[in-house]
Design a protein around this ligand. Structure first.
Ligand SMILES: *[C@@H]1O[C@H](CO)[C@@H](O)[C@H](O)[C@H]1NC(C)=O
Ligand SMILES: *[C@@H]1O[C@H](CO)[C@@H](O)[C@H](O)[C@H]1NC(C)=O
Ligand SMILES: *[C@@H]1O[C@H](CO)[C@@H](O)[C@H](O)[C@H]1NC(C)=O
Ligand SMILES: *[C@@H]1O[C@H](CO)[C@@H](O)[C@H](O)[C@H]1NC(C)=O
Ligand SMILES: *[C@@H]1O[C@H](CO)[C@@H](O)[C@H](O)[C@H]1NC(C)=O
Length: 370
């Protein structure tokens, strides 16, 4: 009896080693790797804004940004890596370079990052200062054309259908609207405004689908109303409550739209990550999430109450700022952006988290699907 159990154990072990070998073969074979295309805002921007004519308000290419991991500023709005950097690592890809970064050999072999700090789904958000989502799509069109020239129509479509398209968008559509109290925003009801944001995102998804894209990943909106920058407004004009209400409407509309697209578009697959819950939990109870977090509400780097004035680095209007000793004790690095450690925890949940956080699939399942 014991011998039989031992034998079946050995068989299971051999079978799983074979499967593992098979998996590694597909993941590691160069011509079979999945490509990653990244769209959105400062949560995903790996340095595109270093190369546009904008102001330091939309840039993070100065110290202490990047201090923890890269040891130099890359343009990422954090002390280290961002969610797409970790996702690339989990998928055994190299870091995906910013599309606008000058390079002699543009092959987009592993994908491209089009995200731009300050960008919204609507072209009215910070016009001329950021690369809006529509322009990001036109950059993707350039990549698609180049691929078709290089490997042919069929191959290109195959490659694009195996690719993953990651999005973080909407944050600035709402933050900018509420902070500036723009008349553009006020000419719509909250529901209409959210519909317009989601409508513009849907247009981009449809365009990518037409070019062959099938597998999409979304970072829904986090608790924007609880960021140090909004707390520092002392909840004047109830900015926090207004943003929270927009965020909740947006996340509901996003879930509904993705579910509808799944029914309408053959082969469309997605992963919608609930960013709101794990982010709020870390803000409210930082020490419950790993040994190092101590502070969830104040930023590591900035000025004023909650270090919520965006002065990190001293290159913006205000030159004085405070910097904590150890960013990994904080959930927020600057007034609006998480630290590398927080991003790593979110990325790990997005990659392999349970279905109540990553619906209906996590990214790992999306990458594995051929
Ligand atoms: C960059 O923008 C500034 C202000 O908007 C403008 O004065 C300047 O000419 C622009 N530079 C380039 C190279 O476009
Ligand atoms: C925001 O704008 C609306 C309409 O433009 C105006 O009625 C309202 O008073 C403004 N609120 C604040 C706090 O400025
Ligand atoms: C996209 O946004 C613009 C405003 O920037 C709006 O006029 C347009 O109707 C939106 N498109 C969709 C499909 O919602
Ligand atoms: C918020 O309140 C704090 C102290 O109560 C004050 O120092 C700060 O200037 C206020 N911030 C704004 C933007 O009003
Ligand atoms: C930061 O804090 C964490 C945990 O408290 C510790 O493991 C790490 O070594 C610290 N890093 C630095 C640079 O002090």
């Amino acid at each position: 009896m014991a011998g039989l159990t031992f034998l079946s154990c050995v068989l299971v072990l051999v079978a799983s080693l074979l499967l593992q070998g098979c998996y590694n073969y597909f993941v590691h074979t160069n011509d079979k790797h999945v490509t990653l295309f990244i769209f959105g805002d400062s949560f995903f921007d790996a340095g595109n804004n270093n190369y546009i004519n904008t102001t330091t308000h939309f840039q993070a290419n100065f110290w202490p940004y990047g201090e923890t991991f890269f040891k130099y500023p890359t343009g990422r709005f954090s002390d280290g890596r961002l969610i797409p950097d970790f996702i690339a690592e989990y998928a055994k890809l190299p870091l995906i370079p910013p599309y606008l970064q000058p390079s002699n050999h543009r092959h987009y072999e592993f994908g491209a990052n089009f995200a731009s700090g300050g960008a919204g789904a609507l072209v009215e958000i910070y016009p001329g200062m950021v690369v809006n989502l529509k322009t990001q799509l036109s950059y993707f069109d350039n990549v698609e054309k180049m691929l078709r020239r290089k490997v042919g129509e069929r191959e290109a479509k195959q490659l694009l259908s195996n690719s993953i398209y990651l999005f973080s968008i909407g944050n600035n559509d709402y933050l900018s609207a509420v902070k500036t109290n723009s008349s553009f925003y006020h000419s719509y009801s909250q529901v209409e405004y959210v519909e317009m944001v989601i409508g513009n995102l849907t247009t981009v998804i449809n365009e990518i689908y037409k070019k062959g894209g099938r597998k999409f990943g979304f970072l829904s909106l986090g608790p924007l109303g609880c960021s140090p920058s909004i707390r520092a407004l002392n909840y004047s004009r109830n900015a926090g409550e207004e943003i929270t209400s927009l965020v909740k409407l947006h996340n509901k509309a996003l879930s509904k739209t993705l579910h509808r697209l799944e029914r309408q578009l053959e082969g469309f697959m997605y992963s919608n990550f609930n960013f709101y819950t794990p982010f709020s939990e870390r803000i409210d109870n930082p020490s419950k999430y790993g040994i190092s977090f101590k502070e969830g509400k104040s930023a590591c780097c900035g000025t004023g109450s909650f270090r919520g004035v965006q002065t990190c680095g001293g290159k913006r209007e205000v030159k004085e700022y405070e910097l904590c000793n150890n960013a990994s004790e904080y959930v927020f690095f600057d007034s609006s952006h998480p630290t590398e450690l927080a991003y790593q925890q979110f990325a790990s949940l997005m990659w392999s988290g349970p279905p109540d956080l990553a619906r209906p699939y996590n990214l790992k399942a999306l990458f594995a699907h051929i």
